[in-house]
Design a protein around this ligand. Structure first.
Ligand SMILES: Cc1cc2nc3c(=O)[nH]c(=O)nc-3n(C[C@H](O)[C@H](O)[C@H](O)COP(=O)(O)O)c2cc1C
Length: 189
């Protein structure tokens, strides 16, 4: 079995709230993004972009998200939503993977979003390759129209994932996984 097989068989995320310094330095970060962008991409459209959110940006964003939360009418479980917003403050490094998918004569938008999802997954793997831990999160605010300007999204863009990267000494335990026979079958006939 190769090292890669070993890694893939055991790969796990770490909770963002366990991620502390050090995070990747500028060179490592560039390499992580370079690796992360090597994803299957029908039509070679590059329908994604990566944005590093430095802590000062995250602090501003966080304040604006909480203000928005206080303004939104009929909000369900505001305390939980505030806690979800708080998470962007913790890890030393946070990268937003943004799907720039749009109508195209040949490539369906769905396939472009899938490529953005693959870019998120590759970001996790690339972070691990550099010895960091990572977690792919989303939150209510990525689906909230009024948060789009706070998040700096251009028209039509959508966040595929907010990837938190750092170091953690918290051991990772296995989590339940689907039984292989319940997700894999051979078509009969
Ligand atoms: C698109 C997407 C969004 C997610 N958003 C959240 C989230 O907001 N909060 C959360 O606790 N986990 C979220 N998760 C799950 C985490 O990434 C979690 O760490 C992961 O399912 C653990 O699996 P792993 O250890 O196999 O990587 C999300 C996963 C995906 C694919």
């Amino acid at each position: 079995m190769t090292d890669l097989t070993e890694y893939m068989k055991k790969r796990r995320s770490s909770l963002s709230l366990t991620l502390d310094a050090p995070g990747p330095d500028a060179d490592q970060l560039r390499s992580i993004v370079e690796i992360a962008s090597r994803v299957p991409d029908h039509g070679k459209l590059g329908p994604w972009r990566f944005e590093l959110w430095p802590i000062a940006v995250r602090q501003k964003m966080h304040g604006e998200l909480l203000q928005l939360l206080a303004r939104l009418p009929d909000i369900d479980d505001p305390q939980k939503k505030a806690q979800a917003a708080d998470k962007i403050l913790h890890a030393p490094c946070v990268i937003a993977v943004i799907s720039t998918a749009g109508e195209h004569p040949k490539i369906p938008v769905w396939e472009q979003h899938l490529s953005a999802g693959a870019a998120c997954m590759n970001t996790l793997i690339a972070a691990n390759a550099f010895g960091f831990e990572a977690q792919w999160l989303t939150a209510w605010y990525i689906y909230e129209d009024q948060a789009r300007s706070i998040l700096g999204l251009n028209t039509g863009e959508q966040i595929a994932g907010i990837v938190h990267i750092g170091s953690s000494s918290v051991p990772k335990t296995e989590r339940p996984r689907p039984e292989i026979d319940s997700i894999f079958s051979v078509r009969e006939g």
